[in-house]
Design a protein around this ligand. Structure first.
Ligand code: PAF
Length: 303
């Protein structure tokens, strides 16, 4: 392995492979699950123009302590992020930035409060990529990423971290209030992902479905009431317009939740509509639509 200190990527799924490709000049390395043996992850990346690029990224199930990483990017599913970090973070030098890329909310806050002295940051991205098979990464759309600190140490380095990860092709912006960005993305995911899972359809198809048409307004009112209670602006009409706009713009996409159901994997429902339910109950706000969506999605995957 190279002498240059690595950027460690925890989670070798589509997002992890995308960042590994992007950071190919910064010695990216994967941290695998404990049962995985050390070795190269080889894959072909099809870029937006359909051109093929080949990548071979080294990885190991253990951290090479002789050469600590310059940063850790966590690109696992929300439910795996904390347990993936648990064995790692206590052996990391406490100055190494940890950037969380999870969907939804809840996992990021849990990690920041578990390790408040580490520079923990969260990212919200609109990058689209998927893996039709283990050896292929397809870039589905040009996107942008916003990044901000969750802990004090994270806030102190957020602007320089954003600049470090930025490229003209894939902009990375510093977002001093990253939680607001996460709320906005959460609202969109809450209004698209469970419908695509329950209706077994692509993002655009939800717009014509009676389930969506009959519940999207009260769903946006529930999300708006919660955002207001948490101190963030969230007008229900604007939230609905944004959900419709993203569903239209990504009409042919299979949402991440739909893909999880198709692959019989656990979904991130607890970190999307489930997070809205838990937080709303905490504020004494009723959330019947979100509760119904959580229950129906859980039935699909027996979660
Ligand atoms: O989770 C997803 O799939 C995406 O965030 C979105 C915006 C719903 C598009 O597919």
């Amino acid at each position: 392995m190279s002498e240059q200190p690595p950027v460690l990527i925890v989670g070798a799924g589509a997002l992890g492979k995308l960042w590994a490709a992007r950071l190919s000049g910064s010695n990216p390395q994967f941290l695998y699950r404990p049962q995985h043996s050390a070795g190269m992850t080889r894959y072909q990346r099809l870029d937006l123009a359909g051109h093929s690029h080949h990548h071979a990224i080294p990885g190991s199930p253990t951290l090479e302590l002789g050469c600590p990483p310059t940063a850790v990017l966590v690109t696992t599913k929300a439910m795996d992020a904390r347990s993936a970090l648990e064995p790692l973070i206590n052996v990391l030098p406490p100055t190494v930035p940890v950037v969380l890329f999870q969907n939804g909310m809840g996992s990021q806050q849990a990690i920041a409060s578990r390790w408040p002295d580490h520079p923990i940051l969260a990212a919200s991205t609109t990058e689209g990529a998927n893996c039709p098979d283990r050896n292929t990464l397809v870039q589905a759309g040009r996107g942008e990423t916003w990044l901000g600190g969750l802990t004090e140490a994270g806030k102190a380095i957020a602007a320089s971290m954003a600049a470090r990860l930025h490229t003209d092709d894939s902009p990375v912006h510093h977002a001093p209030d990253i939680l607001y960005r996460l709320w906005q993305k959460l609202a969109v995911n809450a209004g698209i992902n469970p419908y695509t899972a329950i209706l077994a359809c692509r993002n655009g198809d939800i717009l014509q479905a009676p389930l969506f048409q009959g519940t999207i307004q009260p769903l946006c009112q529930e999300v708006s009431a919660l955002m207001t209670a948490e101190g963030y602006p969230g007008d229900p009409t604007e939230l609905e317009a944004r959900i419709r706009q993203v569903a239209t713009a990504t009409a042919n996409n299979l949402s991440s939740m739909r893909q999880d159901v198709m692959a019989e994997r656990a979904t991130e429902i607890d970190f999307i509509n489930g997070f809205i339910v838990t937080q709303s109950i905490h504020h004494g706000l009723p959330v019947p639509v979100n509760q119904m969506l959580v229950a129906q999605v859980k039935q699909l995957t027996h979660q």
